[in-house]
Design a binder for this molecule. Structure first.
Ligand code: SF4
Length: 334
């Protein structure tokens, strides 16, 4: 149990300022994420260093397609999440249970994580699988050491962190993939327990700060796949984040806790890709579909980065540009 950052206390009641829930937590109680607890009027992180997952992944798995393609990223997660997405694909580690209780997990120091990343020739450390915001103190300590070791820091997030957290951490963050789960406040709140607007505001802030940003949306039949939502989100990305922002549109497959919804059809994904392109986005990718994963030059159509099932199979971008027509391809390529 480590003392948390970003909180205030009044008359023994703690307000956690790490994410946009801004939980007010009474003595002995925990916040929505279940991994931050008020003990004696002070806030503690219960999952510091208690990793539930550590893997070496291709960066394409995050997914990040315009950030060091073909590199490996040392990917870690601690238990817990500040959202309750009914369709979560990592439910078994994002939601607390006896099996993944942080008290029962061994401690891994930040030094050990960075050492393992360097030894496995990774170019970055990814804070992923669950929500990195809720293991912020640990991610921050690892991030400082990672930078000293020449590694980049990558977040895969629901984007619900507070402005205070971003203010404190932005200079350590190199890239982020934000999963915007629906483009309708009522739907977003009903199925995740979180509001949409702070996530959109954070995306704007991340872009403005120069963090490399890609967006993901898991399209779920009957929930977030209406033309209005898809078009609204595409236009938000074009107008607020820029046409060069990559958008990953993924197929949903039924999860044990959310069986009643069928898998997203390939046609639905193809339609969404079309809407994204017609809205002006230069880079729109399909996830879990087995095609539409490549990067082509938006001007001459030349194949620049070829991928197959999240693995890089070819790359011919030269100094950040298309070798055929010279068009600049936005991203972090080296
Ligand atoms: S991180 Fe978010 S959900 Fe967890 S205690 Fe803090 S405000 Fe609440």
């Amino acid at each position: 149990m480590n003392e948390a950052r970003l909180w205030t206390s009044t008359d023994g009641i703690v307000e956690c300022q790490l994410c946009n829930h801004y939980c007010r937590i009474r003595e002995g109680k925990k916040g929505v994420c279940q991994v931050r607890k008020n003990v004696g009027g002070q806030l503690y992180s219960l999952n510091y260093g208690k990793l539930i997952a550590a893997h070496i992944d291709p960066i394409e798995k995050k997914p990040l397609y315009h950030f060091l393609p073909g590199s490996h990223s040392y990917s870690i997660a601690a238990t817990g999440c500040n959202l309750r997405c009914s369709w979560c694909q990592n439910w078994d580690i994002s939601q607390l249970s006896d099996r993944n209780d942080p008290d029962r997990l061994p401690f891994t120091s930040p030094e050990e994580v960075v050492k393992a990343a360097v030894q496995s020739d990774c170019k970055s450390i990814s804070y992923t699988y669950t929500e990195p915001t809720i293991f912020y103190e640990y991610a921050r300590d690892v991030s400082v050491l990672a930078r000293q070791a020449g590694l980049r820091n990558v977040w895969v997030s629901n984007g619900y962190m507070s402005g205070q957290m971003l203010d404190e951490y932005l200079t350590l963050m190199d890239a982020i993939n934000v999963d915007i789960k629906a483009f309708d406040e009522r739907v977003h709140h009903k199925f995740t327990g979180a509001h949409l607007q702070p996530i959109l505001d954070n995306c704007r802030m991340l872009k403005k700060a120069g963090v490399w940003l890609e967006v993901t949306t898991l399209l779920i039949p009957g929930i977030n796949d209406s033309p209005e939502q898809v078009e609204g989100l595409a236009k938000f990305i074009v107008n607020e984040l820029g046409k060069d922002t990559p958008w990953h549109i993924s197929r949903y497959f039924p999860q044990p806790q959310f069986r009643e919804i069928p898998a997203t059809t390939p046609e639905t994904i193809e339609n969404a890709l079309k809407i994204g392109k017609e809205s002006g986005l230069k880079y729109v990718y399909a996830g879990n579909l087995g095609r539409n994963e490549d990067t082509n030059c938006p001007v001459c159509g030349e194949l620049l980065v070829a991928r197959s099932s999240l693995w890089l199979t070819g790359k011919k971008i030269e100094e950040g540009a298309c070798p055929k027509c010279g068009t600049k391809i936005t991203g972090v390529w080296e």
